[in-house]
Design a protein around this ligand. Structure first.
Ligand code: NAD
Ligand code: GLY
Length: 353
């Protein structure tokens, strides 16, 4: 299966999904940007040994030179220290404005690399090569980049849109099952907020083969539709944060031992329960969300008290002064951005347990 889409926002870029596309990355890059660029490949300690050689061989065939930077895998690396280390290495390697960052990995690699590309010499080209389901359907598209600060998740970031996204379906084959679950959580999110028929396709657990590829492409299409309307998250794009305000609090409270996708899964259930408490949707909607999360073998109960989560949510990016916006389902496939005062949020959290 092969699927090409274009995202047309303030500038446009191609998103290509195909079997084996990492082995064609060099020619895809050369045909768009020429070969007169050095690729600065950023990857992690799990992904580079799996896919590094395919990528570098393909760049060499296209006559594109490259340098490689690998950092330890995991959310623990999504820090200002890793970012600064990458920027220093780029300078030491003589990377210039005409060169190209290639982010080869999951959402952590994509977020850190995108931010490094946005800062280095005030911004150089970044190509995203996502290797997790989550990164394919969400983080590689749309230009959000960030690292975490001690005070909270993604607090240091920038919008830096990729120049090209290349997703190789084959990378799913080596993903550990927890990481498949992380991607499922984000795919279920798209179903809850935007597309009831997508939700139905996901409600019995992970699809496989061509059906999975089709679902990945449908999720990317939704992400494109939302980002094209609101690239810089002035309004509509907030719906993509469904489950994330609770999720970010859970990630932070666990010192990032709970993965992003698993935290979003728990957050999605909590957000549906909150919507019932606020009379925005019926209990049946909550039961459907819970059942889809369970069918994907994802966690659905917060290991932390509502009081601890509330305190942590006060540091969330989505807080604006004395209010916070939660994305809450109205029905499956439709959601609402609900602005709550901090007092209303406190009351909601007291009643959510
Ligand atoms: P991740 O990048 O940590 O990858 C998960 C694990 O899988 C890592 O150990 C990684 O080394 C390994 N891995 C990656 N690809 C593999 C493969 N093909 N085979 C075997 N192992 C592989 O986590 P993630 O779930 O991809 O991304 C989570 C991050 O993405 C979080 O930091 C989250 O905040 C961020 N995110 C960003 C956006 C955005 O819009 N920028 C959206 C959603 C999530
Ligand atoms: N993952 C949320 C967004 O891209 O807006």
């Amino acid at each position: 299966m092969e699927n090409t889409r274009k995202l047309n926002a303030h500038s446009s870029y191609d998103i290509l999904c195909a079997d084996g596309i990492i082995s064609r990355a060099g020619e895809e890059i050369k045909s768009r940007f020429g070969a007169d660029t050095t690729a600065y490949i950023i990857s992690d300690s799990n992904v580079f040994p799996l896919y590094g050689e395919k990528l570098t061989a393909s760049l060499s065939r296209a006559g594109i030179g490259y340098k490689v930077k690998v950092f330890p895998a995991g959310e623990g690396s999504k820090t200002p220290d890793t970012l600064i280390d990458i920027l220093n290495s780029m300078a030491e390697e003589g990377i210039s404005r005409s060169d190209t960052v290639i982010a080869l990995g999951g959402g952590v690699v994509g977020d850190v690399s995108g931010l490094a590309a946005s800062l280095y010499e005030r911004g150089i080209r970044c190509i995203q090569v996502p290797t997790t389901l989550l990164a394919a359907v969400d983080s590689s598209v749309g230009g959000k980049t960030a690292v975490n600060l001690k005070a909270g998740k993604n607090l240091c970031g920038a919008f830096h849109r990729p120049s090209l996204v290349l997703f190789d379906f084959d990378t799913v084959k080596t993903l550990p099952s927890e990481c498949i679950g992380d991607g499922m959580a984000e795919m279920i999110k798209y179903g809850v907020i935007y597309d009831a028929s997508l939700f139905a396709s996901l409600s019995n657990g992970l699809p496989s083969g061509e059906e999975l590829k089709d679902i990945i492409c449908r999720c990317i299409k939704i992400k494109i539709e939302v980002v094209e309307q609101d690239e810089f998250e002035g309004g509509l794009r907030m719906i993509l944060n469904y489950g994330h305000t609770f999720g970010h609090a859970i990630e932070k409270l666990s010192s990032y031992a709970v993965s992003h996708g698993h935290a979003v899964a728990i957050g999605s259930v909590l957000a549906a329960r909150a919507a019932v408490k606020l009379s925005l949707c019926t209990g049946e909607v909550y039961e459907k969300v819970l059942s889809a999360i369970k069918a994907a073998s994802l966690p659905y109960e917060s290991p932390y008290s509502c009081d601890d989560m509330y305190k942590c949510m006060l540091n969330d990016k989505k807080r604006r002064g004395s209010s916070i916006s939660l994305v809450l389902p109205r029905e499956i496939g439709k959601c609402e951005i609900k602005k709550l005062s901090l007092d209303e949020l406190k009351e909601l959290m007291e009643n959510l347990g």
